[in-house]
Design a protein around this ligand. Structure first.
Ligand SMILES: Cc1ncc(COP(=O)(O)O)c(C=O)c1O
Length: 414
C-alpha cells in the first residue's frame, strides 16, 4: 500500500490563495481537475523530467506543464541564452530586435505552410489571429471548428460573460466525422471563412484520437471546394510530433496554422503562420498588436530550443521512448483486466477508463490516479500526459511499473 502524500504546505498555500485570487487558481490547474486531497496544488521546482512540490515530494513529471516542456525543466543551454539576452542586450524595447527575423526564417524552413509568421505569446492569441486573418481575407464570417482552441470568445466552451454574437457563427464538428463536416459545409460553405481543427484529437477526458485514413485530406478538399481557408491548431502537435508539425507528419498542408507550447521549452511564445497571400491580410485589412509580443526572451529561447531539437534529434528519441513505453503499458492494461485504454502514443500518453452506465469508471479513475500520484508519477485524470527528452527509458520503465501496481490496486473495486 502506497501512503498518502504529505501536502500540508500545498493545502495552506491553497487556503491563502482562496483569499487572494478568485477560486485560488484559474483553469485546468485547479485541484478538482486532479484528485482532490491527493495531489499537490503548488510546485516548488523542476529539473529535467522531475518536479518537486512545496512539501518536498518529488515526482516524475509526465504532464510537462501541459505541453511546453519538450526537452526538460531548467535546460541550461536554453536558460543561458535567455540570461545573456537579459545581461547583454535587453528584451523589452521600443523597436523590434533582429532575432524576430532569424526565428521567422527558421519556421519558414521547417513548417510546410509557413511563408510568413507573426509572433505572439499564447495559443489562444495565435488561433484567434488565424481566425481573424481568415475572416479578413475572405470577407466571410462563419467558421467550422473541431477541438480546443483556447479561451477567447469565439471558441471557449463556457459561455458566461460572452455575447452570443461572438460565437453564433461558429459551428462545431466531431473529429474523424467527415460526413458531418460535409453536411455543415453543404449548408453554409459559401459563407465559411475557415475550417479550424487540431490535426490530432486530444479533448479533455477522452481517448486521444489519430486521424482516420482520408479524414485530414477530406477536410482539406472540403475547405478548398468552398474557397474557405484551412487552419491547423498545432499548439500541442507543433514541435512535438514532427519539427514541421502534424501537417508535415501527415502530409496534408493547411493555409494557416497556430504553433506554441513546446516551441521554446516553456518560455511564453506562440506564432500564427501561413501562406503569404493570406497572412498579408495583416498589412491593411486586419489589425493586431500588443506591447509584449516583440519581447525577445522567448524568441531567443525558441531559436535555441529548435537548435537542440534538430541537433539531438529530440523528437525521434521521444518517439522511440514513447513507443516503447506505450507497448509496455498496453500489455500491462491487457493483463490487468481493468476496463481502461491507453491512447496518444507515442507523444501524448493517456489512460482513460471505459464509460459504463453504473459510473464504475469514475471510481476506477479516481482510485487509479490516487494510487499513481502516491507512487509519485505525475499524470492527470482528465488530460493526456507528455513524454519529454529528459525522461529516460529507466524513468518510463519505472512509470510503467507504477501503472501496473496502481491498476492492481483498482482490482478491489471490480
Ligand atoms: C490545441 C490548443 N489550442 C489552443 C490552446 C490555447 O493555448 P493557451 O492556453 O496558450 O492560450 C491550447 C491550450 O492548451 C491547446 O491545447
Amino acid at each position: 500500500m502506497a501512503k498518502k502524500l504529505k501536502l500540508e504546505k500545498s493545502n495552506q498555500l491553497y487556503e491563502d490563495a482562496l483569499k487572494l485570487i478568485p477560486g485560488a487558481i484559474l483553469g485546468i490547474r485547479r485541484p478538482y481537475n486532479f484528485v482532490e486531497g491527493e495531489y499537490p496544488i503548488f510546485f516548488e521546482k523542476g529539473k529535467g523530467g522531475k518536479v518537486i512540490d512545496v512539501d518536498g515530494n518529488e515526482f516524475l513529471d509526465m504532464l510537462c506543464a501541459y505541453g511546453p516542456i519538450i526537452i526538460g525543466h531548467r535546460e541550461e543551454e536554453i536558460d543561458d541564452v535567455v540570461i545573456q539576452q537579459i545581461k547583454n542586450k535587453g528584451f523589452c524595447m521600443s523597436l523590434t530586435q533582429q532575432v524576430q527575423n532569424k526565428l521567422a526564417k527558421k519556421l519558414i524552413e521547417l513548417i510546410p505552410c509557413c511563408e510568413k509568421a507573426v509572433f505572439v505569446k499564447t495559443g489562444s492569441e495565435a488561433t484567434t489571429i488565424a481566425i481573424r486573418v481568415a475572416r479578413g481575407y475572405t470577407g466571410r464570417i462563419k467558421v467550422l471548428r473541431c477541438g480546443y482552441h483556447g479561451w477567447h470568445s469565439w471558441c471557449v466552451e463556457q459561455k458566461g460573460g460572452i455575447p452570443k454574437k461572438s460565437f453564433e457563427d461558429v459551428y462545431e464538428f466531431e473529429y474523424n466525422n467527415l460526413d458531418q463536416a460535409e453536411n455543415i459545409m453543404g449548408q453554409y460553405g459559401n459563407d465559411v471563412a475557415a475550417i479550424i481543427l487540431t490535426p490530432i484529437d486530444h479533448q479533455g477526458g477522452h481517448e486521444v484520437q489519430m486521424p482516420k485514413p482520408g479524414f485530414l485530406k477530406g477536410i482539406r478538399k472540403l475547405a478548398t471546394k468552398y474557397d474557405s481557408l484551412l487552419i491547423y491548431d498545432e499548439i500541442r502537435t507543433g514541435f512535438r510530433v514532427n519539427l514541421g508539425g502534424a501537417q508535415k507528419k501527415f502530409d496534408v498542408i493547411p493555409d494557416l496554422a497556430a504553433f506554441g507550447k513546446s516551441m521554446a521549452n516553456g518560455y511564453p511564445i506562440s506564432v500564427c503562420v501561413g501562406k503569404k497571400e493570406y497572412m498579408d491580410a495583416l498589412i491593411e485589412k486586419v489589425f493586431i498588436t500588443s506591447t509584449f509580443w516583440p519581447n525577445s526572451l522567448a524568441q531567443v529561447a525558441a531559436l535555441k530550443t529548435i537548435e537542440i531539437l534538430e541537433r539531438e534529434m529530440v523528437l525521434d528519441v521521444i518517439n522511440e521512448r514513447g513507443s516503447r513505453f506505450a507497448s509496455k503499458v498496453k500489455d500491462i492494461i491487457k493483463d490487468s483486466g481493468i476496463p481502461c485504454t491507453f491512447s496518444g502514443d507515442p507523444w501524448m500518453p493517456y489512460i482513460t477508463f471505459q464509460r459504463d452506465p453504473n459510473f464504475l469508471y469514475k471510481k476506477l479513475r479516481e482510485e487509479f490516479y490516487t494510487q499513481l500520484i502516491r507512487r509519485r508519477i505525475f499524470l492527470q485524470p482528465y488530460h493526456h500526459g507528455y513524454v519529454c527528452y529528459r525522461h529516460t527509458d529507466e524513468d518510463l520503465d519505472h512509470a510503467a511499473n507504477m501503472i501496473k501496481e496502481s491498476l492492481n490496486e483498482c482490482k478491489k473495486l471490480l
